[in-house]
Design a protein around this ligand. Structure first.
Ligand SMILES: Cc1ncc(COP(=O)(O)O)c(C=O)c1O
Length: 400
């Protein structure tokens, strides 16, 4: 439980925390110190084992590392495969869909990550119909409205678990239930949830899950994951494919793809080995802390910050109910205030956050964040707002 959790128990495992107030975990999680060891071991292996390294863990890294990641979402062994990023994964899944029949609708909301929309929009050329449900408040779409859009003509619902701008936490269980009822698939993007919000693929009964490791998983870039429900695997024959997905890659067969039977059928070409090894350092530490513990700490931290910022006169365009919110709090600014200038002035004080147009300043404590750091951020925001107009921020930023 959160009472027992002490961020100080974990802080010296993350070098950057000695120097900065690190509140930008929704963008890039802090690097665990053990990444140095993982990358050193990778380089040693390459240096001393040479080509033999392929048979000593490199070739199987996408599934081996997928298994480490998979435990964080209760995925059975060999149901997760690693790729470079979510955009590639969505493209692979989209290339396995058949839009030629009447079941050709793709449903999501306008709070989806743009990259995901770009991939599915391009499927219009293959006959896909896209139904993008618009949010009325810019925070999220009420579950009922989304469920209404998922009907018997829906092929797939590629949707965010936690929306990247507002941190709105969608009701994944209800979405999966509705999709099952009408025979549609769900591809849940847990990029902004896994590592800070509990995800259990078995309990959700979700078909597919994807995400990356850059944020709450503290795994760095180049390590996207794709989970596929075991009984669905053999039905997926992606057009975006490669030799690693072949039943016998080292037979170098000519002609059409002959897919591997298991999760390997969703591979592509040679894996990005160092990125995968580095990312496993993040999965190990997140698993050691425990996602339930992280969630409890996150809810209590974001609740205190939300109240503090509201008391100070800021608006909070993130859901007020923590049960509907991921790990980020967005702080709204006035129209005449310049978000990037706030971010830059805070960075000058060693406080790292970011800004999204139309949303505000995004702040995200993680399990290593102290309450004092959130107070330091809040006090700085109040001081910056009082001290200058946005014009002064731009012109005199250096003086903060
Ligand atoms: C919900 C969500 N999906 C996807 C991405 C990124 O996708 P990719 O892995 O293709 O860079 C982000 C990045 O911010 C995100 O927040």
């Amino acid at each position: 439980m959160s009472q027992a959790h002490n961020p100080d128990d974990w802080r010296d495992r993350f070098p950057i925390l000695a120097e900065t107030t690190y509140l930008v975990n929704h963008s890039l999680g802090a690097m665990p110190r053990t990444v140095f060891d993982k990358l050193q071991a990778y380089a040693e292996q390459w240096a001393t084992r040479g080509v033999r390294a392929w048979g000593e863990g490199w070739w199987t890294a996408p599934v081996d590392v997928g298994n480490v990641l998979g435990r964080l979402m209760n995925a059975p062994e060999n149901t997760v495969v690693m790729h470079q990023n979510v955009s590639v994964i969505e493209s692979i899944v989209a290339s396995a869909m058949d839009f030629s029949g009447t079941r050709n609708k793709v449903v999501y909301t306008d709070q989806n990550f743009p990259s995901v929309m770009y991939v599915w929009e391009a499927m219009r050329r293959q006959g896909a119909r896209i139904e993008c449900v618009a949010s009325e408040d810019g925070i999220g779409v009420p579950t009922e409205r989304l469920l209404e859009a998922i009907d018997e003509e829906t092929l797939i619902v590629p949707i965010s678990h936690v929306c990247f701008k507002s941190s709105y936490l969608q009701d994944a269980k209800a979405i999966c239930e509705r999709a099952r009822e009408v025979g549609a698939l769900v591809l849940l993007d847990t990029y902004q949830s896994l590592g800070t919000v509990p995800v259990d693929v078995v309990e959700l009964g979700v078909d597919m899950v994807c995400g990356g490791s850059v944020k709450w998983l503290c795994g760095g870039p180049g390590a996207g994951y794709l989970y596929v429900r075991e009984d669905l695997l053999d039905t997926l024959n992606p057009g975006i494919t490669g030799w690693a997905a072949h039943a016998e890659p080292f037979a170098f067969e000519q002609g059409a793809q002959r897919f591997a039977p298991g999760i390997e059928r969703l591979l592509h070409g040679s894996p990005a080995v160092p990125a995968l090894f580095a990312a496993s350092a993040g999965y190990e530490i997140v698993s050691e802390v425990g996602v339930e513990t992280i969630r409890a700490w996150s809810v209590s931290s974001t609740e205190s910050l939300r109240k503090r910022m509201l008391d100070a006169g800021f608006s909070i365009p993130s859901p007020s109910d923590p049960a509907q919110r991921g790990g980020t709090i967005t702080i709204g600014l006035n129209e005449d205030e310049n978000g990037p200038a706030f971010v830059s002035a805070l960075a000058d004080r060693g406080i790292l956050v970011d800004h999204r147009p139309g949303a505000g300043i995004r702040v995200s404590p993680h399990f290593y964040t102290r309450a004092e750091e959130l107070e330091e951020f809040a006090a700085s925001m109040v001081e910056l707002r009082e001290k200058r107009s946005w014009r002064d921020f731009l012109n005199q930023k250096g003086s903060y």
